[in-house]
Design a protein around this ligand. Structure first.
Ligand code: NAI
Length: 271
């Protein structure tokens, strides 16, 4: 169902790998709500070819960009503006990758070179994207930028490893750049802290299925789905949330503020 919440708006969506991706679902919802989209992902991800299905469905061009490469980002913003015939209203940063997790290194034994790459891809990349837009003055006034985070930024989930630090940095960049972009152009920058969700990035975390089940039992509303996350992104890109900025917004069915739930107590043999 469309309310045309994004009629006339133009956005760049990073991170649609396959149809499970949060970015994929968000692109579909934004299109449904009347937005025009440019899709982007790392060249290696584009080689999978999946994204072309999405591109066709929403009539969006695909422009490759490694989010750690400033030349790629500059080219992306130039081409996107040429395609739209003007500036950009919203950006979704839906990117995460941990080299230490991928290579099976425990947090206490991390390889620092890999850690640098993880922080660059998963957190400083938001700064790179905002900086590129800032230097080119590519975002319209009252534009909206959203990045995706996880509650391991605030609380310990041991197997989340170095990504916990990456998410804490990501949320900090959203706050800090959000200040400057707010002053300069009324652009808002927020992170959404999403429930564990079965996607390619999510499933890379050790013990992920138990994670999902535990969060499901701990959340009064249950886990938020990728599709619901996409709906939340739409509201943040819309003019209905113009004064929300520099926030980390929990989209987790109440998980973050629940101490313990009846389902968990019963699971431990209690009443
Ligand atoms: P996904 O695997 O579908 O998306 C991750 C994306 O990052 C992929 O499209 C990948 O190609 C892209 N990427 C990796 N390196 C890149 C680079 N150098 N340049 C450009 N793009 C690059 O997984 P998902 O779950 O949709 O992840 C999206 C975001 O949501 C991530 O930030 C993730 O940490 C976050 N998130 C995911 C949760 C989950 O349980 N799945 C929970 C909370 C947050």
């Amino acid at each position: 169902m469309s309310n045309n919440l994004l009629a006339g708006k133009k956005g760049i969506i990073f991170g649609a790998l396959d149809e499970k991706s949060i970015a994929w679902k968000t692109a579909l919802k934004c299109h449904e709500q009347g937005a025009q989209i440019v899709l982007t992902n790392a060249p290696v991800a584009l080689r999978m070819g999946e994204i072309n299905k999405l591109a066709e469905a929403i009539n969006a061009p695909v422009i490759g960009a490694d989010v750690t490469n400033m030349d790629d980002l500059k080219k992306l913003f130039e081409e996107a503006q040429a395609h739209f015939g003007g500036k950009i209203d919203f950006v979704l940063h839906s990117i995460g990758m941990s080299l230490n997790v991928r290579k099976g290194k425990h947090y206490t034994e991390m390889n620092y070179e890999w850690n640098q790459k993880t922080l660059d891809i998963s957190a400083m990349s938001l700064h790179r994207v905002l900086r590129t837009a800032w230097d080119m003055d590519a975002l319209n006034d009252w534009g909206s930028v959203v990045a995706l985070s996880y509650i391991a930024a605030q609380r310990v989930f041991p197997d989340y490893n170095e990504m916990a630090d990456a998410k804490a940095l990501l949320e900090s960049v959203a706050r800090s750049f959000g200040y400057h972009y707010g002053v300069k152009r009324k652009v808002r920058v927020n992170t959404i802290s999403q429930s564990p969700t079965r996607t390619t990035a999510g499933s890379g975390v050790k013990g992920f299925d138990s994670f999902v089940d535990y969060a499901e039992k701990m959340s009064p509303l249950g886990n938020a789905s990728a599709e619901d996350c996409a709906n939340y992104c739409v509201t943040l890109f819309s003019d209905m949330t113009r004064f929300v900025t520099m926030q980390n917004l929990f989209h987790d069915g109440g998980f973050s503020f629940t101490g313990v739930s009846q389902a968990i107590v019963e699971g431990m043999g209690g009443e």
